[in-house]
Design a protein around this ligand. Structure first.
Ligand code: ATP
Ligand code: MG
Length: 421
C-alpha cells in the first residue's frame, strides 16, 4: 500500500474547516492592516535560496527539496517565503509602484527536509508578511502588532513576545569581532557546527540548540552593548512605540538572526502554554536591510515575519481553544422511492441555484438511515418525498432543532427556506 510521504499530512474533510477558519481570519486581518496577497511559485531557482537564505544556514545545507527538471535546471520547492517575495519585488520593479511601501502577505505551503516531530513537518503552511521600501521603527511596530493581533484574535493568551536589535552593519561587525574573541579560545568545547560558525557566522553560536547551556553562551557579550547610537535610537523607538499601543514584550539579548543582511529589529513569539511540547516557537521575524541588494535589487529595505498554521493549531490545542464548527446544510431531502429520488435530484438543482445548501441520499438507504444522515450533515430542515407528496405537490417541512413542521407547496420551498434562514 502506498503511504503518505513522511512528515506530511492529509487535512481530512472533517478537519479542513479549521484551516478554512484560520485562513479566512488571516486574510481579514491582513486586509485590516492593508497588506495585499502575493502568490509566488511553489518552486524557484535553487540559487535564489542559496543566496537569499544563505549558504551557512540549516535550510540551505540540510533541508531543501532540490531537483533538476527535464531541462536540467536546478529548482527547489520553496522552504521559506521571504526570498521569493523579494525576487518578485525586484523582478517586477515594485520600487516604482505608486503605493509605497509595498506591503504584501502570503499563505503558502513550504517544504523542508526535517526530522519529523510534533510541530515539525516536511510540508507546512506559512502565513507571512513583508513590508518593503521603508526603514522606520514605526513600521516595525506595525508588523509586530499585526502578528500579536493575529494570535490574540484566536483567543491565545499564553504568549511571549521576545525582541532584540542586531543593529546596523557597522554595529554587527564590531559585535562579531567581540564574539570571536569570546568563543575562540574554547571553541573546541562546542559542537562541530559551532566550530564552523566561529569562522563563517559567529552570531549563530548564540542560536545553537546543542550548546545553549554552555556557560560561555550565558556570559557572551551582548549585542546591545555594541549598538552604535543610531541603532540604539532605532531600537528604543521600536520599544517605546510597542509600549504605547499596549504590546508587552521581553528583550532577549541572545535572539539573533545569523545572516549579514539582517539588521535592527528581530523578534520571536513563543507559547508558554502547558502541554505545548518541546517546540514552543510560533513565529519568527525581523528586518532585512541588505537582502534586496544581495539579490541584485535596488537599495530598499524590508521587514517581515512568518508563522506556520500547524504550530498555531498546536497552540490553540494547548490552550483548549476550539475552532467553531461550520453550520450544516439548510435542507436534506429524504426520498421513499426511485421516482421521488429523481424528482429530488432536480429539486436540489434549483434550490442550490437559489443559494440554499442541500443534499440527498445517493446511497438510496432506508428512511431511518436517511434521517440519521440528515442529522450528521447538520441539516436545519428536512422534507420527505414519496408518491403522496409528489401527487399532492405539498411537503412537510420539518425544523430539525424544534421538531416543528409545516406544510409547504413544493413551488414555495425556496421562498419559505429563504425567509426561515
Ligand atoms: P525552528 O527553530 O522551529 O526550526 P525556524 O527558525 O526554522 O524554526 P523560521 O524559518 O523562522 O523557523 O520559520 C518561521 C516559522 O515557521 C516558525 O516559527 C514556525 O512557526 C514555522 N516552522 C518552521 N519550520 C517548520 C516545520 N518544519 N513545520 C511546521 N512549522 C514550521
Ligand atoms: Mg528550522
Amino acid at each position: 500500500m502506498i503511504q503518505i510521504p513522511r512528515g506530511t499530512q492529509d487535512i481530512l474533510p472533517a478537519e479542513s474547516y479549521k484551516w478554512q477558519f484560520i485562513e479566512k481570519k488571516l486574510n481579514e486581518i491582513a486586509n485590516n492592516y492593508n497588506y495585499k496577497e502575493i502568490r509566488t511559485p511553489i518552486f524557484e531557482s535553487t540559487d535564489l535560496f542559496v543566496r537569499g537564505v544563505g549558504g551557512s544556514t540549516d535550510i540551505v545545507n540540510k533541508e531543501m527539496y532540490t531537483f533538476n527538471d527535464k531541462g536540467d535546471r536546478s529548482l527547489t520547492l520553496k522552504p521559506e517565503g521571504t526570498a521569493p517575495v523579494v525576487r518578485s519585488y525586484i523582478e517586477n520593479k515594485m520600487q516604482h509602484d505608486v503605493t509605497q511601501p509595498v506591503k504584501v502577505y502570503y499563505l503558502d505551503p513550504m517544504f523542508r527536509y526535517e526530522r519529523k516531530q510534533k510541530g515539525r513537518y516536511r510540508q507546512f503552511v506559512q502565513f507571512g508578511i513583508e513590508a518593503i521600501g521603508v526603514e522606520d521603527p514605526l513600521i516595525d511596530v506595525e508588523v509586530i502588532s499585526m502578528l500579536m493581533t493575529i494570535y490574540r484574535s484566536f483567543g491565545l493568551e499564553n504568549l511571549r513576545l521576545y525582541i532584540n536589535s542586531i543593529g546596523d552593519q557597522d554595529s554587527r561587525a564590531n559585535y562579531n569581532e567581540a564574539l570571536v574573541g569570546h568563543f575562540k579560545p574554547s571553541i573546541h568545547e562546542f559542537c562541530s557546527d559551532c566550530q564552523t560558525r566561529i569562522d563563517t557566522n559567529p552570531m549563530r553560536i548564540l542560536d545553537c540548540k546543542k550548546d545553549r547551556d554552555h556557560e560561555l553562551i550565558q556570559t557572551a557579550p551582548r549585542m546591545y552593548d555594541y549598538l552604535n547610537d543610531a541603532s540604539k535610537q532605532y531600537f528604543e523607538a521600536v520599544k517605546s512605540n510597542l509600549k504605547a499601543i499596549g504590546i508587552e514584550y521581553e528583550v532577549d539579548y541572545n535572539l539573533v538572526r545569523g545572516l549579514d543582511y539582517y539588521t535592527h529589529t528581530a523578534f520571536e513569539v513563543m507559547s508558554d502554554a502547558e502541554g505545548f511540547g518541546a517546540i514552543t516557537t510560533l513565529c519568527g521575524g525581523g528586518r532585512y536591510n541588505g537582502l534586496l541588494e544581495l539579490l541584485d535589487g535596488p537599495e530598499e529595505t524590508g521587514i517581515g515575519f512568518a508563522l506556520s498554521i500547524e504550530r498555531l493549531l498546536l497552540a490553540l490545542e494547548a490552550e483548549g481553544i476550539e475552532i467553531p464548527e461550520p453550520e450544516g446544510i439548510d435542507l436534506y431531502i429524504c426520498t421513499l422511492d426511485d421516482k421521488a429520488m429523481e424528482k429530488a435530484s432536480h429539486l436540489i438543482h434549483s434550490l442550490r441555484a437559489n443559494g440554499i445548501s442541500c443534499d440527498i441520499d445517493y446511497k438510496r438507504r432506508k428512511l431511518k438511515a436517511q434521517m440519521k444522515d440528515a442529522d450528521r450533515k447538520g441539516a436545519a430542515y428536512t422534507i420527505v418525498l414519496g408518491e403522496n407528496e409528489l401527487s399532492a405537490g405539498n411537503v412537510e417541512l420539518k425544523h430539525m432543532a424544534t421538531g416543528d413542521s409545516k406544510t409547504v407547496h413544493l413551488d414555495e420551498l425556496v421562498t419559505v427556506l429563504e425567509e426561515e434562514r
